[in-house]
Ligand binder design. Sequence first.
Ligand code: HEC
Length: 121
Amino acid sequence: MNKKQLLTTAICTLYLLFAACSKKQATEIRPDTATAPGQPGAVAVVYADVQNLFQTRCSGCHSSGRQASSVWNFNGYTSITTNADRIKQAVLINKSMPIGGSLSAAELKTLQDWFDQGMKP
Ligand code: HEC
């Protein structure tokens, strides 16, 4: 091997090393777009996913003119966010709501995820 061949081989080897390293780093720092922030593996839950649950399972008693509207009145997103602690307590912790019917495990999980992810609108 003459000097020129040796130099070419050395440069190629260095190039391959750098290419291999930078490719590895690029893979490591790429954010995983399939998961929600702070919730590894969790699917993002938004208000539209829980709205129907409140509408069908709560508003029969908790909307204006109904029997329990004075305790809590469901009338949209902010009526939940401003009462989040009471709702979490009643539905997820005590499981005292809804009266006369329990939520399924899947409904409870969706609701829990929505609260945990910061009640996305
Ligand atoms: C069959 C009627 C009925 C249904 C359905 C119902 N509630 Fe209630 N809720 C009541 C009544 C009556 C009270 C007041 C007495 C009590 O706390 O048990 C109440 C109280 C509450 C309170 C106040 C608890 C406190 O002490 O701060 C919250 C919050 C609440 N309900 C949320 C919900 C949510 C969320 C749903 C739906 C998942 C729901 N309720 C479904 C009748 C109902």
